[in-house]
Structure formats: C-alpha cells, structure tokens
Design a binder for this molecule. Structure first.
Ligand code: MF3
Ligand code: CO
Ligand code: CO
Length: 224
C-alpha cells in the first residue's frame, strides 16, 4: 500500500490490489458481501471516517487515505487498517494522522491482564482530546476470531477501571477513529460511508491484538 498510494490512482485500484493479493494468498476478503457491503476493502479519504466504498474517485495530492483490510484464512479473521498520505500532506493532515497513530499506540500499551477496556478507552480519549481532536463514538473495536465482529465491544473512550477486565487469550481490535473537529458523524445515502458532520479530517489506525500473560501481541503487526 505504502508505495502504491499516490495521486492519480482511484480507490477502486486499491480495492483491486487488496482483492487480488488476498486471493493469491489463499485467503478471503471479509468485507465482500458482508451485510451487503459491495467491495473487498474499505478506503476512506479525508473527511470519510470509515467504510468508504471503493469507486472511481481519484486520489489527489495531499489526501489522507485509510485502507482497512480484513482477511479470512483457515476460518480465522484478522482486521487491520492504516492511514497513508498521497503526495505532500498539509499540516492539518500530518497532525490528525499523527494523533490517531499515537492513539492506537497508547491504547495498545494499556492492553494487559488486569486492566479494563475502560482503561484502554480512557487513555485514547485523553490523548485525542488533549490534542484538540475528538473520538468517534458510533464505531468501536471488537472481538475478532471465527467471525468479523464478536464480543466484546472496545470503545475508544471511557473511564478508568470500568468495563471488561482483560485476561490472557482474548483477541480484539483497537481502532480509534479520530476527528480533527467535532466527533459527530453522518452516514451517506449509500448506507455505509461515514463522514464527519463538520467536514473535518478524520484518521484511523487499527490492529488485531492478543492479550498475553504480560501484555499484548499484535497479530497484524506494523510499526506505529
Ligand atoms: N474493517 C471494519 C472494522 O474495522 C469493518 C468493515 S465492515 C465492511 O471493523 F463491511 F464495511 F467491510
Ligand atoms: Co475492526
Ligand atoms: Co477494520
């Protein structure tokens, strides 16, 4: 993705790359036909928060582009996403991508046995809001394993000490959606695309994590 995303390509081109690579590796793209979703990946540009449907939209210089990939291999699901820059990012784009990347990192640092999902959510919310950004409430992380979305829900906001207590063996995603402006969202007429109500930029990073005896391990690792 890193070298592929540049001004001039379409979001459909990204979908084709993900689709073909997935099949070539004997896996299945989980989004395709999931609850009627028509494509193999989600590509969310600029003010699109998540679930952007690949189309003939052309990526422009300065865009921020989130690609969310979920693969099924031997019955197991893994879910991850990352936000990329196309061409030269403006200052605002750099800031929102940096804050959302840090939010995932800080959230994952709170994933260890005995901590709660409230501890994870609080850490993310505190970092985002301290930096003048906001946390989307309508979409949360989720257990993942033999199906796409399992219990528990993993909110990216919350209160310390509240919620599910973490124990080794749990597998769930952490995937904070962070807006430059207000947290409010709108869903477009296609019933999938979520955008910021105030049209501000939104960015996201996601990994699937396993709770281990002394912390957590990413099952979809990449550098943050
Ligand atoms: N990958 C998304 C998530 O992180 C879910 C996408 S659902 C789809 O949970 F149908 F839009 F693909
Ligand atoms: Co997810
Ligand atoms: Co995802």
């Amino acid at each position: 993705m890193e070298s592929f995303i540049k001004p001039g390509i379409t979001t459909n081109d990204i979908n084709t790359l993900v689709h073909d690579f997935t099949l070539k590796n004997n896996a299945t793209p989980a989004p395709l036909n999931y609850r009627g979703y028509p494509k193999s990946t989600c590509v969310s540009v600029n003010e699109v928060i998540c679930h952007g449907i690949p189309s003939n939209r052309v990526i422009e210089d300065g865009d921020i582009v989130n690609v969310d990939v979920t693969s099924i291999l031997d019955g197991y699901y893994a879910d991850a996403n990352k936000t990329y820059f196309a061409g030269t990012p403006a200052n605002g784009a750099k800031k929102i991508v940096d804050v959302s990347r840090q939010c995932l990192k800080i959230g994952m640092e709170k994933v260890f046995p005995g901590n709660t999902l409230g501890d994870v959510g609080w850490a993310i919310q505190n970092y985002a809001e301290s930096n003048g950004c906001s946390v989307v409430r309508e979409f949360v992380g989720h257990g993942v394993g033999f199906s796409f979305h399992e219990a528990p829900q993993v909110p990216h906001y919350g209160r310390r000490g509240e919620g599910v207590v973490l124990v080794p063996g749990m597998i769930f995603t952490v995937e904070p959606m962070i807006n430059m402006g207000k947290k409010d969202i709108l869903i477009l007429k296609d019933k999938w695309t979520a955008v910021t109500k105030d049209n501000s930029l939104s960015a996201q990073f996601e990994q699937t994590v396993l709770v281990t005896p002394d912390g957590c391990e990413s099952l979809t690792p990449y550098d943050l």
